[in-house]
Design a protein around this ligand. Structure first.
Ligand code: ADP
Ligand code: MG
Ligand code: ZN
Length: 608
């Protein structure tokens, strides 16, 4: 025990420090600073003397003067915005507009310091304990990470990114162009009485460029960009979130035209009343304040809200009502053409060897999102530097793919080739059956670019908002849903777990045909069971059984019969048109995504 003596004296030292800090903090009675009365501040603003007011998190105000005379402090009235207070005190709007108002976000530094002084003894004792525990554990614990300071002012940034920096996502850009045009020349739209979207919700998986796109909108339009992240609100002290929202909107209105961007809105915008236990008052108040502010916008406010989320399903429906975030822009995982374009963006300005095969890199990185690709190019540059090279070559880029794939920052997963083939046949199966069943909705798009848990997706275009569905249509949907599984079985002789959610769909359809729509000959036109549904959630809570065990048995038999019939039919289609199945699968392996036109081309160009 070499350090035994040292450690003991260290502990005594800490104890002495703790005691003296305690004494010090008891003596620490700060003399109250001379505070400026808020009405004096109002007068000074009216006289045009004030240069800048900083609203501290604690409600303290720091006032700086044009003449360079010493700063003064004052206090904001709680729960009322400073603007309202000053306006009520008779400050002229143009004088107010003259003052540079800064709002300090998150970090209530002053509070922390005051708190720190009071808590110093405790902190030292805590540190002592921490120190001892660490010794006991063999000091392999991670450094304790205290909440990072996030001092941030709401001074709208002026992003320099433009649409050119966001590769792929052409459809999203087209939709957002309208917003850009409006922000550039609001008068043009307003004079024609056009209704401009107030809120745009950007939806897409993490790392695919939602934040980047929002900045690009503001960069394109050349307007200020006010941003805050939903997760920041959640960390705030009670009551701070709502007033922060108020201040953010005040600032934005004063700087219009501009953009307010709320990143990760799901953190505050979760369905109210949802979530497990605990009080969500803070979150709800923040959300309510956002709604109130959005409704309070006049048509000529010229402020556009953009919010981003990867969980649109859990958002409070109130957020999605007309006049709020009623526009949706989808930013999806890129297919290989998109990935190729993203690689180009991030390779721009870097010394890339001339014989780098960008197409091949794009094709190999199925499953990567923009953030992964950026990361990959960066890793390749680091590798090249470590190899003392002047250029980044194919070898480094390929190594970088692996590095990103294994790395901690990975946002998505590369699909291995054999899995890709299974997914391609699976989706080809859905699409082929959809094409061959004349009662099915037409195929809109097929893709093997993975999203979330799903390996690939086949979309169908419902014909003119079907309200009524008939038996033939439901039978076609059964066959289509089975198509993926049957194709896997026919081609590979085995079925992967990827087909399991399809089976849920199949069973669901068949059960409703029997129990809800009365489409079974044996059971007749009767509905069985009463569903308790939360309509707005689209979720079933449970089913009340109002039938006997025998009937239950009969229902099961009927369901099974429907599914088996569909299975036979699907297998026949897949085996009869095996050549088409192969062709679709190969085209998917090649191109990853087939749109309606590309898909129809496989069947001789006849439209789907
Ligand atoms: P999200 O907000 O959707 O999680 P980000 O916008 O934060 O994603 O993207 C992270 C980074 O990944 C961006 O800063 C950018 O460098 C890169 N990136 C993502 N998507 C693209 C894209 N479409 N084009 C170019 N770069 C992209
Ligand atoms: Mg983001
Ligand atoms: Zn499927």
């Amino acid at each position: 025990m070499r350090s035994g003596l040292f450690r003991n004296s260290f502990i005594y030292l800490l104890i002495i420090a703790a005691v003296s800090a305690l004494v010090l903090s008891m003596m620490n009675t700060r003399p109250p600073a001379e505070e400026l009365d808020i009405s004096t501040l109002a007068e000074q603003i009216n006289k045009g003397e004030v240069e800048q007011v900083t609203i501290k998190n604690s409600g303290d105000l720091l006032i700086e003067y044009k003449s360079g005379r010493p700063e003064e402090t004052s206090r904001k009235e709680p729960d009322v915005s400073l603007f309202d207070t000053l306006t009520n005190l008779g400050v002229a709007p143009d004088k107010l507009a003259d003052v540079n108002v800064l709002v300090e976000a998150i970090s209530p530094w002053d509070d922390w310091i005051a708190l720190g002084i009071t808590l110093l003894p405790l902190l030292i004792i805590g540190g002592l304990l921490f120190f001892m525990v660490r010794q006991a554990q063999g000091s392999n614990s991670q450094a304790m990470s205290f909440g990072k300071s996030k001092a941030k002012m709401f001074t709208g940034d002026k992003p320099t990114v433009t649409f050119e920096d966001v590769a792929g996502a052409e459809e999203a850009k087209e939709e957002l162009n309208e917003v850009v045009e409006f922000l550039r020349e609001p008068e043009k739209f307003i004079s024609l009485g056009a209704r401009i979207p107030k809120g745009v919700l950007m939806v897409g998986p993490p790392g695919c460029g939602k934040t980047l796109m929002a900045k690009a909108v503001s960069g394109e339009a050349g307007v200020p960009f006010f941003s805050i992240s939903g997760s920041e609100f959640v960390e705030m002290f009670v009551g701070v979130g709502a007033s922060r929202v108020r201040d953010l909107f005040e600032q934005a209105k004063r700087n219009s035209p501009c953009i307010i961007f709320i990143d990760e809105i799901d953190a505050v915008g979760r369905h109210r009343g949802a979530g497990l236990g605990g009080s969500h008052d803070e979150r709800e108040q923040t959300l309510n304040q956002i709604l109130v502010e959005m409704d309070g916008f006049d048509t000529d406010t010229n402020v556009i809200m953009i919010a981003a989320t990867n969980r649109p399903d859990i958002l409070d429906p109130a957020l999605l009502r007309p006049g709020r975030f009623d526009r949706r822009v989808i930013i999806d995982n890129p297919d290989w053409v998109g990935r190729r374009a993203i690689l180009d963006v991030h390779m721009r300005g870097k010394p890339i060897s001339a014989n780098v095969d960008r197409d091949a890199l794009a094709k190999r990185t199925i499953g990567f999102v923009g953030a992964d690709l950026e990361n990959m190019v960066n890793e390749a540059a680091i590798l090249a530097a470590r190899h003392n090279k002047k250029e980044i070559a194919q070898a480094e880029l390929e190594d970088a793919i692996e590095k990103v794939q294994l790395g901690p920052e990975r946002r998505s997963r590369i699909v291995p080739d054999d899995e890709k083939e299974v997914v391609a046949y699976h989706e080809a199966g859905h699409a082929l059956v959809g094409k061959m069943m004349k009662d099915s909705d037409p195929v809109q798009k097929v893709t093997i670019v993975p999203r979330g848990m799903a390996g690939g997706v086949t979309w169908f275009l419902p014909e003119d908002d079907r309200q009524m569905v008939d038996e033939a249509y439901l039978k076609a949907r059964l066959a289509v849903a089975l198509g993926g599984r049957v194709a896997e079985e026919v081609v590979f002789g085995e079925i992967t777990t990827g087909a399991s959610s399809d089976l849920q769909t199949v069973t669901g359809i068949a059960r409703s045909m029997v129990t809800q729509y009365g489409m079974s000959e044996d059971l007749g036109p009767v509905t069985y069971g009463e569903k308790e549904e939360l309509v707005f959630l689209g979720r079933e809570l449970g089913e009340q059984r109002n039938y006997s065990d025998e009937t239950a048995q009969e229902i099961d038999n009927e369901v099974r019969r429907l599914v088996e019939d569909a299975y036979v039919l699907t297998t026949k289609i897949i085996t009869d048109y095996r050549d088409k199945l192969d062709e679709i699968a190969h085209r998917l392996l090649d191109e990853e995504t087939l749109d309606a036109k590309g898909f129809a081309a496989i069947f001789g160009g006849a439209s789907a």
